[in-house]
Design a protein around this ligand. Structure first.
Ligand SMILES: [Zn+2]
Length: 550
């Protein structure tokens, strides 16, 4: 994975968690001792362990603890799955389910408050759909959080009321859902353990040896969940954390506490660590590292912020619509000014080019004040970037982390909303490649329903939408370049290229074994390739049971 062309090796040797040799089988003999375990891959494919450059590991782990509502066909099935969740939930916990989609359900509507009351009348019940933006609750839920039909809706959200307006109907949207969700009792003890253990198992099953939580602080107990994992050494794979903007100071304080506890300076105090922040070496402590901070500059397909209007308006929007700004310029400018010259990496969610303009203007101001640094700001998704913006990104060392798997389910809607030309130029992987600029692929799980790395390579190679149309054939890339976007370049994005991303002596023995070589199969079948084994620093952290399902 190190060069522009693939290189193949016959043998690889590992000692004490690091790669010590890569080359021919004959030459590997000198690394073989009496206790050496030799493994014949018998034609299977070994690659550097996959690196998650934008996912939501903790958020997803919490969903795993909740009832799985993905694919429910109707309301009775949803209720049945939620009833099973009661036994799994501690007595003081809420009964929570995640992942249903109203448009996939027979009734075409979310359950009513009465239907949710049949799950439990004396314990809070909350369901959240797969987008994470819509949900519903039972009567007990609204009682414990103190919300009635008379409670005013928060800005940017709503609680549905029955026709007479005098009682709650159950469903809630956006900020209203967030307000309720934030009152959920924290995950502690075994529940907190289960969050990271479940997510780690899942991430490793898709070949990842490094995971990311790109928004720590979405839940008020997130920091506690991570500290619990550090204290109990629960993580078998690395976890890079980017703190949600509003949680950054709390997260930094927690990180300094961890650094002080695990790596105390001789006369070290928390204050001294804080003062030395720009140069603080953010090494992994028990597999966790605070790497960055995350901002959301715009929305998704129907709320991406553009300089040009949408080709056709999303439902409910009239007139000339081009999406909208999520945070004021001053806020992002102050943040980049604060962190540009430190080792805290800046991640900015953006889909539209107006959002990219906002980011680039803020970076330009920071560069003018502090000088150019090796900051590698991440343009998360970076779906639509104009040529002049790509030039600026090159100047500032900014790296997009594209979400190619979004093309598969959402590509046809993107063409309709953004227009065929803008859709074709989106996720400009081939443009970046030709310009010699780095880019990565990320799944943003649970936005992609699974943290499935090979699906990204497949989608970036084929760019086929749900209906089978190829969206932007000129931006297709080779499977090899797709693999580099989730290994070597991914390590570079995380500033961990010295230890990860390629199979070279001295690097960590972070490895994945696949049943087929992605460079040799029909590109349309890349996502059918199975991960057989995942190895973190020489230790197997996932092994597929033979004969099992994908
Ligand atoms: Zn995300």
């Amino acid at each position: 994975m190190r060069g522009v062309k693939p290189e193949m090796a016959e043998a690889l040797a590992v000692k004490d968690g690091r790669i010590v040799f890569v080359g021919t089988l004959a030459d590997s003999a000198r690394f073989t001792g009496t206790t050496t375990r030799q493994i014949d891959l018998a034609g299977k494919t070994l690659l550097p362990g996959f690196i998650d450059t934008h996912g939501h590991f903790i958020y997803f782990g919490k969903n795993l603890v909740d009832a799985d509502l993905f694919g429910v066909a109707d309301i009775p099935e949803l209720i049945a799955r939620m009833k099973q969740q009661i036994e799994r939930t501690p007595a003081d916990g809420w009964i929570v389910g995640f992942g249903y989609q109203v448009r996939q359900m027979k009734e075409g509507r979310p359950p009513t408050i009465e239907e949710l009351n049949t799950i439990s009348s004396d314990r809070p019940v909350m369901i959240v759909d797969s987008s994470g933006h819509l949900g519903a609750g039972n009567s007990k839920l609204f009682e414990v959080v103190g919300i009635t039909a008379d409670t005013p809706d928060p800005t940017g959200g709503s609680f549905s009321r029955k026709e007479d307006g005098k009682s709650l109907a159950g469903p809630m949207e956006e900020t209203a859902l967030n307000a309720v969700r934030s009152k959920r009792p924290p995950f502690t003890g075994e529940l907190a353990d289960a969050v990271v253990q479940g997510a780690a198992k899942l991430w490793a099953s898709y070949g990842q040896t490094t995971a990311m939580e790109a928004g720590l602080g979405l839940g008020s107990d997130d920091i506690g969940v991570v500290l619990n994992a550090i204290d109990k050494k629960l993580l078998p794979i690395d976890l890079y954390i980017a703190a949600k903007d509003s949680a950054v100071d709390d997260t930094l304080t927690a990180a300094y506490g961890v650094a002080a506890a695990y790596n105390p300076a001789p006369d070290g105090t928390l204050q001294k660590l804080r003062a030395s922040r720009p140069d603080l070496d953010r090494r992994y402590v028990n597999r966790v590292r605070l790497g960055g901070i995350k901002f959301w500059l715009d929305g998704s397909i129907d709320t991406a912020w553009f300089t040009q209007p949408y080709a056709s308006n999303p439902a409910g929007k009239t007139g000339s619509y081009s999406g909208f700004r999520q945070i004021p310029d001053e806020v992002i400018e102050a943040a980049i000014d604060r962190f540009w010259a430190t080792d805290i990496q800046i991640h900015m969610h953006m889909n539209g080019d107006a959002a990219a303009d906002q980011a680039l203007t803020a970076i330009a101001k920071a560069v003018k004040k502090h000088g150019m640094r090796d900051a590698r700001p991440v343009f998360v998704h970076g779906s639509v970037l104009r040529p002049d913006q790509i030039e600026s990104m090159k100047r500032f060392g900014a790296i997009p982390s594209f979400l190619p798997s979004g093309i598969v389910p959402g590509g046809d809607s993107v063409v309709k909303l953004w227009g065929a030309d803008r859709a074709a130029k989106s996720i400009a992987a081939q443009t970046f490649l030709r310009a010699g600029l780095p880019f990565t692929f990320s799944h943003d799980a649970p936005v992609s329903p699974q943290p499935w790395i090979l699906e990204l390579v497949d989608a970036g190679t084929n760019r086929r939408s749900g209906s089978g149309q190829v969206i932007g054939p000129d931006e297709r890339i080779s499977p090899y370049d797709g693999l580099r976007a989730v290994t070597a370049v991914a390590a570079y994005q995380l500033k961990e290229e010295a230890t990860k991303g390629t199979l070279e002596p001295g690097k960590l023995a972070d490895l994945v074994i696949l049943d087929k070589n992605p460079l040799k199969v029909d590109p349309l079948t890349i996502k059918e390739i199975q991960v057989l084994e995942t190895i973190k620093e020489g230790t197997t952290v996932f092994k597929r049971e033979t004969g099992g399902a994908k």
